[in-house]
Ligand binder design. Structure first.
Ligand SMILES: NC(=O)C1=CN([C@@H]2O[C@H](COP(=O)(O)OP(=O)(O)OC[C@H]3O[C@@H](n4cnc5c(N)ncnc54)[C@H](OP(=O)(O)O)[C@@H]3O)[C@@H](O)[C@H]2O)C=CC1
Ligand SMILES: C[C@H]1O[C@H](OP(=O)(O)OP(=O)(O)OC[C@H]2O[C@@H](n3cnc4c(=O)[nH]c(N)nc43)[C@H](O)[C@@H]2O)[C@@H](O)[C@@H](O)C1=O
Length: 322
């Protein structure tokens, strides 16, 4: 049954997706919590494979689960790999949530996304806006899979009393991001494009879309800190948004990235590329009341992300998520 505050210390804690950007940040953050960390590589347990997931859970019986594994990508990945985004994300959510139930896990956190809210929902996006209108078409399959995960967590809580919670992160960035030129999210894409333009001396860099959409960006180590905070303090069927409470137009954001990377050329816009949803700003009132706030400013976060991009060798080597 649900209990708050929830003790993490001494528990076996499974981070699903521990090699990903968010999962690896949660692992870094958990180093301060005295937990018995449990992870498994994807080549050993494919989370889309129900039998493999059920066998592994029966053997390991983790007490606490951060479900940060998913098929993830930016606007073009979501819009083109539509079948993979719906199939993988429904399968991962269904297999892990049900296995957690079968093995009587004490607590599970499901990571959704701000994409679950209707395209034209009032801003800032409140948690109760879910399922009140049509979704943004470019990421509808991903959003539907995430809504399925949310509804599973809710259903297991109401039928079995499982302490399963769902958090809705805004757009995230930081170390471990995917820098694929087509499939990544905007932060990683622009860090890479401006860096390459700086090196090649290119005079113009094209930013996708019109530059008018607005997005809210959260540094991934802040995200991991919020996840651990909520795991310890939150227990409810209600969703909870994780963001900064501030957004920025893509055109202005591009100028911030260019300045930090040191690119001095022109910035143009390519309206043949999709804009996606016009605005995504989360209402963080609930999170605020629970005593958590982001601490990394956008400029500091981008500077750290750029440092990580250089340190990870992303600027020279093969792309891990390509
Ligand atoms: N990035 C963002 O801006 C946002 C992310 N989120 C959510 O946060 C969570 C983490 O995202 P993020 O860290 O950015 O994504 P990443 O792509 O960086 O990481 C995803 C992780 O999931 C693992 N994974 C994917 N499919 C499988 C599978 N079939 N079996 C086993 N493992 C699998 C990957 O394993 P491997 O490394 O082996 O490939 C990887 O470790 C996701 O739920 C995502 O939806 C929500 C909002 C915004
Ligand atoms: C986190 C969230 O991320 C996805 O949604 P999104 O917010 O649209 O994410 P994005 O980062 O890809 O784009 C943000 C904005 O930025 C613009 N933009 C400019 N130039 C580039 C560019 O070069 N690459 C990308 N990707 N976008 C660019 C782009 O046109 C758009 O207006 C979901 O599919 C889903 O995955 C999800 O959960």
């Amino acid at each position: 049954m649900a209990s708050v505050p929830f003790e993490l210390k001494g528990k076996s804690v499974y981070v699903a997706g521990h090699r990903g950007m968010v999962g690896s940040a949660i692992v870094r953050r958990l180093a301060r919590e005295n937990v018995n960390l449990v992870t498994v590589e994807r080549h050993e347990v494919d989370l889309c494979n129900q039998a493999a997931v059920f066998d592994w859970f029966a053997k390991m019986r983790p007490q606490v689960i951060f479900l940060a594994a998913a098929k993830v990508g930016g606007i073009v990945a979501n819009n083109t790999l539509r079948a993979e985004f719906i199939y993988d994300n429904i399968a991962i959510a269904a297999n892990v949530i049900h296995a957690a139930h079968l093995n009587r896990a004490e607590k599970l956190m499901f990571l959704g996304s701000s994409c679950i809210y209707p395209k034209l929902a009032p801003q800032p996006l409140r948690e109760d806006a879910v399922l009140t209108g049509p979704l943004e078409p470019t990421n509808e399959p991903y959003a539907i899979a995430k809504i399925a995960g949310i509804k599973m967590a809710e259903a297991y809580r109401s039928q079995y009393g499982s302490d399963f919670i769902s958090v809705m992160p805004t757009n995230l960035y930081g170390p471990g991001d995917n820098y694929h030129p087509e499939l990544s999210h905007v932060v990683a894409a622009l860090i890479r494009r401006f860096h390459e333009a700086k090196l090649s001396g290119a005079r113009t860099v094209a930013v996708w879309g019109t530059g008018t959409p607005r997005r809210e960006f959260l540094y991934v180590d802040d995200m991991a800190d919020a996840c651990v905070h909520l795991m310890k303090t939150y227990s409810s069927s209600e969703l909870i948004n994780i963001g900064t409470g501030e957004d920025i137009a893509i055109a202005e954001f591009a100028r911030v990235v260019a300045e930090i990377v040191g690119y001095r050329g022109e910035i143009s816009f390519d309206p043949s590329r999709p804009d996606g949803t016009p605005r995504k700003l989360l209402d963080i009132g609930r999170l605020d009341k629970l005593g958590w706030r982001a601490t990394t400013s956008l400029k500091d976060g981008i500077a750290r992300a750029y440092g990580a991009y250089l340190a990870e060798g992303q600027a020279n080597g093969p792309q891990p998520h390509a």
